[in-house]
Design a protein around this ligand. Structure first.
Ligand SMILES: [Zn+2]
Length: 169
């Protein structure tokens, strides 16, 4: 997953110790493959969930829950607010934490830890897709895109979790 040591740049003799860590044979630097935390929000209005269609890879052309990677020292709640602002122009009001979902980011093999919140917006607020997104859709629990039309594995899990809250199970 990493060829060059991020500490000394050494190019050979890197020893892999399973998927979690490697140790540089030159300088002894240890690099841990900790999951990357992400924050996102499922905005609900009139019983429908808002999804965004990705205009960039990975998973270009599929429906996603808006969100993104946490900045250093940024709480996932603030990440969710910031990403929704950047991707859709919406100022959201966060509700409950819907769940924490483990996933892998595209073909990188890197694991993500996705904090997903329920959220609401002002009834008159209209989302505007930005460069990373080419469409925004609102989907009722019976109108959701098919699993193969969703961006990531955890996108399905987020929507299943939402449907469970609607059923009260
Ligand atoms: Zn090194």
């Amino acid at each position: 997953m990493i060829r060059f040591c991020p500490a000394c740049g050494h190019d050979s003799g890197v020893m892999h110790h399973g998927p979690e860590i490697f140790v540089c044979s030159e300088c002894g630097h240890r690099h841990w493959f900790n999951p990357k935390p992400c924050g996102g929000a499922l905005v609900i209005r009139d019983g429908r969930a808002m999804l965004s269609r990705r205009a960039i890879d990975p998973a270009r052309g599929t429906w996603d829950v808006p969100g993104g990677f946490c900045d250093p020292f940024e709480h996932p709640e603030e990440t969710a607010r910031r990403e929704l602002r950047e991707e859709t122009g919406l100022e959201i009001t966060l509700g409950d934490l819907l769940g924490i979902f483990i996933d892998v980011y595209g073909a990188t093999g890197r694991s993500t830890l996705n904090f997903c919140y329920l959220a609401t917006v002002h009834p008159d607020a209209e989302p505007v897709p930005t460069d990373d997104i080419d469409a925004i859709g609102w989907f009722g629990p019976d109108e959701l895109p098919r699993p193969e039309q969703l961006a990531f594995r955890h996108t399905s899990e987020v929507l299943e979790a939402w449907c469970r809250t609607l059923r009260g199970t």
